[in-house]
Design a protein around this ligand. Structure first.
Ligand code: NAD
Ligand code: MG
Length: 297
């Protein structure tokens, strides 16, 4: 059976998944993505690397967060996911896959730009899971704009609230519950290193996430809590079809990477599993790039 350990040419993987021009409203759904992305549904094989852990993943309904939720569950973790109410369909699908792996799934919808929800999210996850060991700040907003002029104050505010403020609110609320051995993983982007001219606000949030993570990692290491970052390159997710890229750019999405193709969410999950598990005990303040080979500093 094919799984994430199958020996294969990475430049040839996923040639059956196409990224044709399409557009979605709101946050977008995996359910409406064409072709469907691979979240590892049929391939991720767990080895018990997270047995007994309790994880909270924001944006765990779809894309990278969804693939990570599936992987965490198959590694033996109970998982709570956060998402917007209009993403219920995607969230229920992921919850079903977590449950099918024999683990507890919690679905906690709400808006990450609201600090009250962010604090409530942590409280509900801790209550429902009976504690918290892994926090993945992954929810994010990305809207392409040709000029600075077109970035409204509202968009700038929402992008920073979703990508940066929510990470601050949630991490702060989670800290009193995290014991030594816990892991915090934040989701950055290649955009922090090689920003597109059309993603000025988004790319800025990702650089902020990097620096926030490096600073906090030093503060929390002596307490036995590790903070690390995953920095994806171009990955086939609803975010890209819901205004993240210009529609006409989708057919060639990811082709400018050394691998010559976009990545699939399933290819991100093992990076999160590694940073969440005890096998990365001496890895702190690190950024794990999963970007098809694009050079980073
Ligand atoms: P995605 O759309 O599947 O996931 C993003 C999630 O963010 C959504 O599912 C949604 O639940 C959540 N979200 C957005 N706004 C929210 C709000 N106001 N309240 C609550 N939840 C909200 O797309 P993805 O690409 O898997 O994104 C996951 C992370 O990966 C994001 O941080 C994104 O910036 C980052 N990333 C993605 C790529 C890529 O190419 N897809 C590249 C680099 C980084
Ligand atoms: Mg989603």
């Amino acid at each position: 059976m094919t799984d994430q350990y199958t020996f294969a040419d990475p430049s040839k993987l996923y040639s059956d998944i196409t990224t044709k021009a399409q557009s979605q409203d709101g946050p977008g759904l995996d359910a409406d993505l064409s072709s469907k992305a691979d979240l590892g549904e049929d391939t991720y094989r767990g080895l018990g690397r997270l047995v007994g852990r309790k994880a909270l993943i924001t944006g765990g309904d779809s894309g990278i967060g969804g693939a990570t939720a599936i992987a965490f569950a198959r590694e033996g973790a109970d998982v709570a996911i956060s998402y917007l109410p209009e993403e219920e369909e995607d969230a229920q699908r992921i919850a079903g896959l977590i449950t099918a792996a024999g683990q507890k799934a919690l679905t906690i919808p709400g808006d990450l730009t609201d600090p009250v929800y962010c604090r409530e999210l942590v409280a509900q996850a801790v209550e429902g899971l009976g504690g918290l060991d892994i926090l993945v700040n992954n929810g994010g907003k990305q809207q392409t704009r040709d000029s600075l002029d077109e970035i409204t104050d509202e968009q700038f505010d929402e992008t920073f609230k979703t990508n940066v403020y929510a990470m601050f609110w949630i991490t702060k609320a989670a800290l009193p519950h995290l014991k030594p051995g816990a892991s915090i993983i934040n989701t950055s982007s290649i955009q922090a290193y090689s920003p597109s001219e059309t993603l000025v606000d988004y790319a800025s949030t990702k650089a902020t996430i990097n620096t926030f993570s490096k600073a906090l990692s030093q503060q929390l290491a002596p307490k036995g809590i590790r903070v690390n970052v995953v920095a994806p390159g171009p990955i086939w997710t609803p975010l890209q079809t819901a205004g993240g890229q210009p529609t006409e750019a989708l057919p060639t999405f990811g082709e400018d990477t050394p691998l010559g193709r976009p990545g699939q969410p399933a290819e991100l999950a093992p990076a999160f599993v590694f940073l969440a598990s005890a096998e990365s005990s001496y890895v702190i303040g690190e950024t794990l790039h999963v970007n098809g080979g694009m050079p980073t500093p």
